[in-house]
Design a protein around this ligand. Structure first.
Ligand SMILES: Cc1cc2nc3c(=O)[nH]c(=O)nc-3n(C[C@H](O)[C@H](O)[C@H](O)COP(=O)(O)OP(=O)(O)OC[C@H]3O[C@@H](n4cnc5c(N)ncnc54)[C@H](O)[C@@H]3O)c2cc1C
Length: 463
């Protein structure tokens, strides 16, 4: 296998660091933490494991490799700064969602496999809480729970079935309507909801930067401003960056939605974008007006094109979703004015009482989506020494943070270690190769047609 970076898709998005070497923040979270870009790789270096990508997947892999085997020489190269990608820009929902939803997973996989896979997702959520507590990672973690809101009859029916499936599989969801629902959120747009008490929210940029400090303290060499330009498969594999080269026995490709530009899992993990708008901090009276002051649940509206909304630590409302876009030829964008405008309009429809609240930030980013919405972990290459994890399909904060627990044992076992086990129930995630979606322009046209279908269903249902 030979990978080469096609720089064209990057031209439309921030690189993370400007020509003068200063961090280029994208969105609010990046402004809440001080980021000084680290030095690039400027040498030729031999290492046991090279990790490409400084998002949660790469950071978690480095962390778990070091936990198992502290003497490993690990080098991580990141194109911009750690947390530049989805991991530093997301909504911060740490949730167990897999596929479209639990019902979808049950329909596709059956009770047993879906139940086991969801248990892994719950383990991933618990893992984030434990790791943050254990290492006192400063990331504004708030145990909010998560409420999936229904806005129409069709979604309410599906919500009921989802709630029943959750109970059958042993998950403690609660059905909410009337006053019980209003105690969480007060908007006449929503008639019912399913509450899951387990999820939490974080400040994702803070978590990514704290994880960078943690792995560096364990001896991982982290090189920022170091895009992988070319990877030549082999034993060792050779990874070329603008000013340096890594020779690595094993490689972890932790690039998720950015794999497309490297030609990795191209057209299998699609670079789909989602966007967010953020309000100014709300006053106590404004929060009361929408019934969001006491139970600070993170919220999502149940539709094909979801809306996700939550409060930040300083009481802003983060409001994201509305559309999800694959751009022609897999280009990357940090902004889309049409989606920002549509999000603001929707926000005002959900919360007329907050019509005059100002928006201070708007941004977006790329995530990796597979056709069946399930993630993939595995090994590939002529020497089976190129590992990967991705395709979390919009719900990767928990699982990408947990990714190392699953992939590190596979890397170590392939490297000759015998006494390392993967966590229980993870086989479903390993070797699940995403479908290939074809070449441009057919891929783009196919995805546009599918988007139109999903939008039409949302609008017919009135969700
Ligand atoms: C706007 C937005 C909102 C989201 N909200 C949520 C949410 O609330 N909850 C949830 O569960 N999920 C959410 N997600 C998805 C979630 O953020 C991702 O699934 C998760 O962060 C993926 O982590 P990752 O490390 O695999 O990928 P990324 O965080 O994208 O990391 C990949 C890294 O690789 C680097 N890179 C790329 N190419 C190269 C190269 N050639 N050489 C070196 N480095 C390279 C990139 O700069 C990037 O830092 C959201 C995503 C977005 C974009």
């Amino acid at each position: 296998m030979h990978l080469k970076l096609d720089q064209a898709p990057w031209q439309s998005a921030a690189k993370g660091v400007d020509a003068a070497g200063h961090h280029q923040p994208v969105g609010y979270w990046h402004e809440t933490v001080s980021i000084t870009p680290g030095a690039p790789l400027a040498d030729q270096l031999d290492c046991d494991v090279a990790i490409v990508g400084g998002g949660f997947t790469g950071l978690s892999t480095a962390y778990h490799l070091k936990l198992h085997k502290p003497e490993l020489e690990i080098a991580l190269v990141e194109a911009g700064v750690v947390g530049h990608g989805a991991s530093g820009r997301n909504g911060g929902f740490v949730m167990p969602l897999l596929g479209w939803d639990l019902l979808y997973a049950v329909d596709k996989l059956g009770d047993k496999t879906a139940g086991d896979a969801y248990r892994v997702m719950y383990d991933a959520v618990s893992y984030v809480k434990q790791t943050v507590a254990e290492h006192q990672l400063d990331c504004d973690l708030e145990a909010t729970g998560y409420l999936l809101l229904n806005a129409c009859g069709a979604r309410e029916k599906r919500g009921r079935r989802e709630y029943e499936a959750a109970h059958r599989l042993g998950f403690e969801h609660q059905w909410l309507e009337g006053d019980a629902l209003n105690a969480y959120i007060n908007s006449d747009q929503f008639t019912s909801g399913v509450f899951d008490p387990h999820p939490c929210v974080i400040n994702p940029a803070k978590l990514a930067r704290a994880m960078k400090e943690l792995i560096a303290s364990l001896g991982v060499r982290v090189y920022e401003q170091s895009p992988l330009l070319e990877l030549t498969d082999g034993q060792p594999a050779v990874l070329r960056t603008p000013e340096g080269e890594l020779h690595a026995r094993q490689v972890m490709l932790a690039v998720n939605g950015y794999g497309e530009a490297l030609g990795f899992l191209k057209s299998r993990i699609l670079p789909v974008h989602t966007f967010i708008v953020l309000t100014e901090p709300l006053t106590a009276a404004q929060l009361d007006a929408v019934g969001w002051s006491e139970k600070r649940a993170s919220l999502e509206s149940a539709r094909n094109f979801i809306h996700y909304f939550r409060l930040t630590a300083d009481n802003r409302i983060l409001f994201g979703g509305e559309d999800a876009k694959l751009y022609y030829q897999g280009r990357y964008f940090d902004a889309d004015d049409a989606v920002f405008d549509a999000l603001k309009e929707r926000f005002r429809a959900y919360f007329p009482a907050l019509r005059d609240v100002a928006f201070t930030h708007q941004w977006g980013g790329v995530l990796g989506i597979s056709l069946d919405m399930f993630p993939s972990f595995g090994a590939t290459g002529d020497h089976n020494n190129l590992f990967y994890a991705g395709g979390y399909s919009g719900h990767g904060v928990a699982l990408s943070n947990y990714a190392g627990a699953i992939i590190a044992p596979l890397i170590l076992r392939a490297g000759g270690e015998t006494n390392v086990d993967t966590p229980p129930n993870t086989p479903f995630f390993v070797g699940h190769k995403p479908f290939w979606l074809g070449f441009e322009p057919f891929r783009y046209l196919g995805v546009q047609a599918y988007r139109a279908l999903l939008r039409a269903q949302d609008s017919i249902q009135g969700a």
